[in-house]
Design a binder for this molecule. Structure first.
Ligand code: CDP
Length: 211
């Protein structure tokens, strides 16, 4: 039995996973892993070498050869990278290549908060607590457009919305580790909720499990 406290936060793009995961990690003094960053970093590596994310072998090579530096790329959060990450992440060998790193990270005491798409279902099915965040596509597109604006990237909200819907469909429809709530997860619809309200709901649920 691992001593680690593991908290899984899953959900679609811009549902508030990152914000909640960071706050829970701070609160419980746990480490935090944004697992989307791993898929994004593999996508950056692949796009920079002119590869095609739809090609399984190229995508797997990018995931297997990930280096610390790839996680620091200034392009990590680009929408183009998000789309490529979503294509590349559907290949089972890519997911397999990144699994051990995520599990080791989670199991290292004192434990960790991992946010992603399949943490509660595949990466850490034995997690201490599981939260699944959702929000309407329109709300999530508005959040993402605001995020991009703050980074100085002008975007058209209707396009952000379309890209988000494409990515949702791909992430939910893939055969391996699709985006879905674990049966034992607490689902929170964050549409119309402030980050503080989401945190409070999550905290009372997790606190009861951590003891
Ligand atoms: O921040 P955002 O929600 O836009 O995306 P992300 O969490 O950075 O993830 C980018 C892409 O990586 C997603 O669209 C998924 O296809 C993939 N991903 C995944 O397959 N499994 C995870 N645990 C995390 C991300």
């Amino acid at each position: 039995m691992s001593e680690a406290i593991i908290i899984a936060v899953d959900g679609p793009a811009a549902s508030g996973k990152g914000t909640l995961a960071r706050r829970l990690a701070d609160h419980f003094t746990l480490r935090h892993l944004d697992t989307g960053g791993l898929y994004r970093a593999a996508a950056v590596r692949l796009l920079e070498s002119g590869g095609d994310p739809a090609d399984a072998a190229t995508a797997e090579a990018a995931a297997r050869n990930l280096a610390e530096n790839d996680l620091k790329s200034p392009h990590l959060r680009d929408e183009e990278v998000g789309q490529a990450a979503s294509i590349l992440s559907a290949h089972p060998p890519v997911r397999a290549a990144l699994l051990a790193y995520q599990r080791d990270f989670a199991a290292t005491p004192p434990g960790a908060v991992l946010d992603g798409r399949d943490i509660g279902t595949v990466v850490c099915p034995e997690a201490t607590g599981k939260i699944y965040l959702e929000a309407s596509a329109e709300t999530r597109a508005a959040r993402r457009a605001k995020e991009l604006r703050l980074r100085g990237v002008e975007s058209i909200e209707s396009r952000v919305l379309q890209e988000m819907k494409d990515r949702d469909a791909r992430d939910s429809g893939r055969a391996v580790a699709p985006l879905k709530a674990a049966e034992d997860a607490l689902t929170i619809d964050t549409t119309g909720l402030s980050p503080d309200e989401v945190f409070d709901l999550a905290l009372s649920y997790i606190a009861a499990r951590v003891g």
